[in-house]
Each structure stands twice: as structure tokens, then as C-alpha cells.
Design a protein around this ligand. Structure first.
Ligand SMILES: Cc1cc2nc3c(=O)[nH]c(=O)nc-3n(C[C@H](O)[C@H](O)[C@H](O)COP(=O)(O)OP(=O)(O)OC[C@H]3O[C@@H](n4cnc5c(N)ncnc54)[C@H](O)[C@@H]3O)c2cc1C
Length: 320
């Protein structure tokens, strides 16, 4: 049995942690966020009358192509965590789109069950360990340290790189230079149903938005709640807008999807590392017992994040 620290409690990190723990390793997962899930994010907004709107504000739904991932999805469906939402937006293309029953974060909570996950724990650095008993020291922002035999880094790559720079390990330049598209989002609580047609999603409907999702139609919000994602070009062009300015522009662009409803309250959200622009040809990158994983490896989606986490765990289990 070896001690493994997983940095990042998103899908990739939690999948790796689950597989490593099942294989008999001692695992600790560290995440800087207040909650777990990373880009599998669910946000709740309470209105002035006390009603609660629920939004998926990172990943919106997912598809399954790979056989291993498909069998995991089947398991999650029988665990009553995941369900099919629809088979396309606008037309039925026969491919199931899956959603998580209580919002995307619920899947990561399901995966985290029984695992030592420490949130609000920012990892500063990973360094070679000074004692012979372990290989790596993980340094946390409160200056505490965890010595371990292996580390799985699952943050977006620029963050993983800055944490591991003092290991002295050089990453291939193509991996180092992986850039990410940004996403700016607007989460809007409405006073009535939106005008988004069934099943409740629009992909690339105009030159501002890449996605508009009706969380009530999707079945996760008790009241009308719409997630608007601006496309990468718009998000880049408006990244430095003030909150008031950006929110006003997105609110204006959103009007035509509201029908006769009005926005009661909204929040403006930014994802700096939303989508990796280039995908590494392997499902993980390892230098000995330091492993890099995440959606920049097996594909910039839910499925890719899971498969990368699994591949990283299998590598460590088979090698150490
Ligand atoms: C706006 C948006 C919409 C999307 N829509 C879809 C979709 O509809 N379908 C789909 O399949 N995919 C979608 N995706 C992609 C999907 O969400 C991701 O591919 C997947 O969630 C990535 O998981 P991950 O574990 O690789 O990374 P992440 O979820 O980013 O996890 C990395 C974790 O590392 C943590 N971390 C970072 N730095 C530190 C540090 N120093 N110390 C400790 N912890 C740290 C972060 O807090 C985070 O929790 C979307 C993504 C975004 C942003």
C-alpha cells in the first residue's frame, strides 16, 4: 500500500482517488475550493421570497462514447445519481445526453463518498521529500505538509505546472503551453418560464452564447433558472469588462430567450480555465510517481476527465 495525494477534487481527481483507494492505496484529496467538484459546479440562488433556484454553471450535460465510461454511467444510473435528459437539442440524433439528478456537483459528491477529501485546502507546492521514507512533500497554504509516495495533479495545467515547478521536472513544451478557452456565464432567476424550446437547451444560438440551458426544464431547479454561457470569443473580448458592464451586456443579449419572463436576480461568473484548447495524445503524463491528469489529456469533457483520472490511477497501481 502506498500513500497518494491527489490535488484537485474535480471529476478527474475524484475518479483517480476512488480507483486508487479501491486498489488498496491510502489516498488524500486536496482542493482549494470551498466545495468539491471543480468545473462540475452547481450553484443555488435564493430569491427575496425564499425560493431556491438551482443552476449547473460549469458542465451542463455529458455524453458517453467510450465503453468503460459507458459502463460507469450505467452504474451511476442504477445508483440513482445520473439520468438521461434527452437525445439532442433541436433534433434527435440518437445520442443520450446525461445529467446528474441534483445538479452536476452531486456526481462528484457520490464519487467522494468514503474518501478523505479536504476542501478549502490550497496546495502551494510539491517538492521532493527530504526523508527517505517518502518521495514527495505536498505543501499546503497553512504551511502544513503531507509526505507521500505518489502525487496525482489534476488542476488545469498552468496551475498544476506552477505547483510542481520546484520538483525540477521539466514538462514537454507542448504540454506546458496548453492554453484554455475562457467562459463567462450569467445565471438568471426568472419570474416565469423561459422561451427556450424543449428539452431546454440551445447550443451556439447566436454570436454571443455557446450554450443556454433551462435548469427547470432539465429538472434540477424548482423555479425558472437559466444558465447562459458566452462563447470563447465573446468571453475573451469581454474578460476585463467590469462586473456591471459585463453583466449588463449579457443581460441584454439574453432578453430574446426570456419570452415574457423577467430576470429577478442574476449572477455573473467567470471560468478562466474552462476548456483546454489542445489535448495531449495520452490519457495522462507521468514522471515516476508524479502524474498529471485531467481533461487536457483524454478530452475536454466530463468523459475525458473521468477517463484521464482512471488512466492515472491504473498507471500508479500497476507501476508501484
Ligand atoms: C463553462 C463550462 C461548461 C462545460 N460544459 C460541459 C458540458 O456540457 N459537457 C461536458 O462533458 N463537459 C463540459 N465542461 C467540461 C467539464 O466540466 C470538464 O472537462 C471537467 O469537469 C474537468 O474536470 P477535471 O477534474 O479535469 O478539472 P476540474 O474540474 O477543473 O478540477 C480541478 C480542481 O483542481 C482544483 N485546484 C486548482 N488549483 C488548486 C490548488 N492550488 N490547490 C488545490 N486544488 C486546486 C480546483 O479547485 C478544481 O476543483 C464544461 C466546462 C466549463 C467550465
Amino acid at each position: 500500500m502506498s500513500q497518494v495525494v491527489v490535488v484537485g477534487a474535480g471529476l478527474s481527481g475524484l475518479t483517480a482517488a476512488r480507483a486508487l483507494q479501491d486498489a488498496g492505496h491510502e489516498v488524500v484529496v486536496l482542493d482549494k475550493g470551498r466545495g468539491l467538484g471543480g468545473r462540475m459546479a452547481t450553484r443555488r440562488i435564493t430569491t427575496s421570497d425564499g425560493s431556491i433556484a438551482t443552476f449547473d454553471h460549469g458542465a451542463q450535460f455529458f455524453t458517453a462514447r467510450d465503453e468503460t465510461f459507458t459502463s460507469l454511467v450505467t452504474q451511476w444510473i442504477s445508483d440513482d445519481v445520473v439520468r438521461e435528459w434527452c437525445r439532442g437539442f433541436g433534433s434527435d440524433d440518437g445520442h443520450p445526453r446525461y445529467v446528474v439528478n441534483n445538479g452536476m456537483t452531486a456526481l462528484t459528491k457520490h464519487l467522494a463518498h468514503g474518501i478523505d477529501v479536504r476542501t478549502s485546502t490550497l496546495v502551494f507546492a510539491v517538492k521532493p521529500c527530504s526523508s527517505d521514507a517518502h518521495q514527495w512533500t505536498v505543501i499546503i497554504d497553512d504551511n502544513s505538509r503531507i509526505d507521500c509516495d505518489a502525487v496525482v495533479m489534476t488542476c488545469p495545467l498552468p496551475q498544476s505546472y506552477s505547483i510542481t515547478v520546484s520538483t525540477g521536472i521539466e514538462l514537454p513544451p507542448e504540454l506546458l503551453m496548453t492554453d484554455y478557452d475562457r467562459t463567462i456565464g450569467l445565471l438568471a432567476v426568472l419570474d416565469g418560464p423561459s422561451a427556450i424550446p424543449a428539452p431546454g437547451g440551445l447550443q451556439n444560438p447566436d454570436d454571443v452564447f455557446s450554450w443556454i440551458g433551462d435548469n427547470q426544464a432539465k429538472g434540477i431547479s424548482a423555479i425558472p433558472a437559466v444558465t447562459f454561457h458566452a462563447n470563447p470569443a465573446w468571453s475573451l473580448a469581454h474578460w476585463d469588462d467590469s462586473l456591471d458592464e459585463g453583466q449588463a451586456l449579457l443581460t441584454q443579449a439574453a432578453q430574446k430567450y426570456l419570452g415574457s419572463a423577467n430576470i429577478l436576480v442574476s449572477e455573473y461568473k467567470k471560468w478562466r480555465f474552462a476548456t483546454p484548447r489542445k489535448i495531449w495524445p495520452e490519457s495522462y503524463f507521468a514522471v515516476g510517481s508524479l502524474v498529471f491528469a485531467g481533461d487536457a489529456f483524454a478530452g475536454p469533457k466530463v468523459e475525458g476527465a473521468v477517463l484521464s483520472g482512471l488512466a492515472a490511477a491504473n498507471y500508479l497501481t500497476q507501476t508501484f
